[in-house]
Design a binder for this molecule. Structure first.
Ligand code: SAM
Length: 190
């Protein structure tokens, strides 16, 4: 028995809630690893919407998808706080790798307020049984502020509608990333 590492566990959660033909969201496309993973999960009949605020990330993600022959994703140069402008279908699952793009400008980072706006919109779009996975990196400048803002927000979500899990190795050095997963368990009343 080996405990699943953070990235591996994020993928396990997404695999459990996303079926072929469904819609998935990558809130932080970056170099496109998660977008590709989601595109393969939903298959040709499904669709992925991927967001990033950096052109470099959009180009890297589009190239990765092309290299793997995937044409079932829309890669958008816009912030995830605008998800509801682009996504109108029910969403089966989503992932956000928070922080900065490795190998790029470390001052361009995700921020608590926009991450929370994105989560709020996604919770509305999410199917019952769908999951939003946040991989929280908090070692960089601004990382702890975002971590704390996001944790405050997700801890306050009503458990009748959303189950919130934290998955974390607690004896590792250097601010290791951890997972927060939100499972929608009941449709919100209008
Ligand atoms: C840790 S990286 C993502 C890594 C990516 N998942 C991968 O597989 O390579 C975080 C990304 O979030 C992006 N980002 C920052 N603010 C954002 C926002 N408001 N909306 C969408 N992406 C944002 C950054 O540009 C950066 O590329």
């Amino acid at each position: 028995m080996k405990l699943q590492r953070v990235i591996q566990y994020a993928q396990t959660l997404l695999t459990q809630c996303i079926e072929k033909g469904e819609v998935a969201v990558d809130g932080t496309a970056g170099n496109g690893h998660d977008t590709l993973f989601l595109a393969q999960l939903v298959g040709d009949a499904g669709h992925v919407y991927a967001f990033d605020v950096q052109k470099q990330a959009i180009d890297a993600t589009s190239e990765r998808l092309f290299e793997h022959g995937m044409s079932n994703a829309t890669v958008l140069l816009d912030g995830h706080e605008n998800i509801a402008k682009y996504v109108h279908q029910e969403v089966a699952g989503a992932i956000f790798n928070l922080g900065y793009l490795p190998g790029a400008d470390h001052t361009i980072v995700t921020k608590g307020n926009t991450t929370i706006l994105a989560i709020e919109q996604l919770l509305q779009l999410l199917k019952v049984g769908g999951i939003i996975v946040l991989v929280i990196y908090h070692g960089h400048d601004g990382g702890k502020e975002e971590r704390d803002e996001v944790l405050r927000f997700v801890s306050s979500l009503p458990q009748k509608y959303v189950h919130v899990l934290r998955y974390e190795f607690i004896n590792q050095k250097n601010d290791p990333p951890f997972i927060v997963a939100l499972e929608k368990v009941k449709q919100f009343s209008k």
